[in-house]
Design a protein around this ligand. Structure first.
Ligand SMILES: C[S@@+](CC[C@H](N)C(=O)[O-])C[C@H]1O[C@@H](n2cnc3c(N)ncnc32)[C@H](O)[C@@H]1O
Length: 251
């Protein structure tokens, strides 16, 4: 394949990163640095709506989580809140929830919050998962997928570890259109980095958030990329006036 024919890699590119490896390293360092304040900031900056989004996503997959033999992976699990919502939805029905992340300090917090009980936590890179093909009935990722250095490679890796008929749920930030979008844009690009920077001590991490949402593919493009990775079906559902949304896919 010539350089010209190569499909363009799209993925996160924090300021100062030169290539995929340095982008991934910058993301890992950034989340490791903000881990101590991550939960507090999440709740403050989303006005606690993040809890509703995790819960709504878990409910979307109730049919899988109710199964006693279900194997479920929450990718880029951070301090674990999406995985905990999946666990609560599953109850004591037997579904096994796993959370994976490559930032050790985030996982340490997840482990502490779970008091040694399920989910199981794994330190792993989402682009090279330590799981066999067709291991999971469901893979989710909340506000994590956008940080991958190569979105197509991430989708292919998720597709690989899903069983045939398995489902994918990617919960991501988005920016609403129209007048609401204008107001939200002011909050998202000005207020959020200022408040986030003040509380976390890392303004660049909270400038990276709107910048990475701005770089993320449109809903139409993302669904096309999901299909190109092998998903038979791909949909997007807006949450809270389109300030977030859920990509759903089926292998
Ligand atoms: C914004 S946090 C989201 C955490 C959690 N899912 C939540 O909803 O609060 C993004 C997480 O993605 C993780 N992450 C980013 N790139 C990753 C990769 N390539 N492999 C594993 N984890 C990754 C980061 O370490 C971070 O913990």
């Amino acid at each position: 394949m010539t350089e010209q024919n190569k499909p363009m890699v799209i993925g996160a590119m924090p300021e100062g990163a030169r290539d995929q490896a340095s982008a991934a390293q910058a993301v890992q360092e950034m989340f490791s640095a903000i881990a101590p304040r991550y939960d507090l900031l999440n709740h403050v900056l989303s006005l606690n709506i993040d809890r509703l989004w995790w819960r709504r996503t878990a409910r979307r997959f109730a049919h899988i989580l109710a199964r006693a033999d279900a194997q479920v992976l929450d990718l880029c699990c951070g301090t674990g809140d999406m995985a905990f919502a999946l666990q609560r939805q599953a109850g004591n029905g037997g579904a096994q929830i796993w959370g994976a992340d490559f930032a050790h300090p985030m996982l340490e917090r997840a482990l502490r919050k779970s008091h040694g009980r399920s989910p199981k936590w794994v330190e792993a890179d989402a682009l090279t998962l330590p799981f066999a093909d067709s291991s999971f009935d469901l893979v989710t990722s909340a506000f994590g997928f956008r940080n991958l250095a190569d979105y197509d490679a991430g989708l292919r890796e998720i597709w690989r570890v899903l069983r045939p008929g398995g489902e994918l749920g990617i919960l991501e930030c988005s920016e609403p259109n129209g007048m609401a979008g204008k107001f939200y844009g002011v909050y998202f690009r000005r207020v959020l980095p200022a408040v986030g920077g003040l509380i976390s001590g890392s303004r660049s991490a909270y400038e990276y958030l709107p910048a990475s949402v701005g770089r993320f593919p449109s809903q139409t493009e993302m669904k096309a990329r999901m299909r190109a990775a092998g998903f038979q079906e791909a949909e997007w559902t807006p949450y809270t006036f389109g300030t977030a949304g859920l990509y759903w896919g089926k292998k």
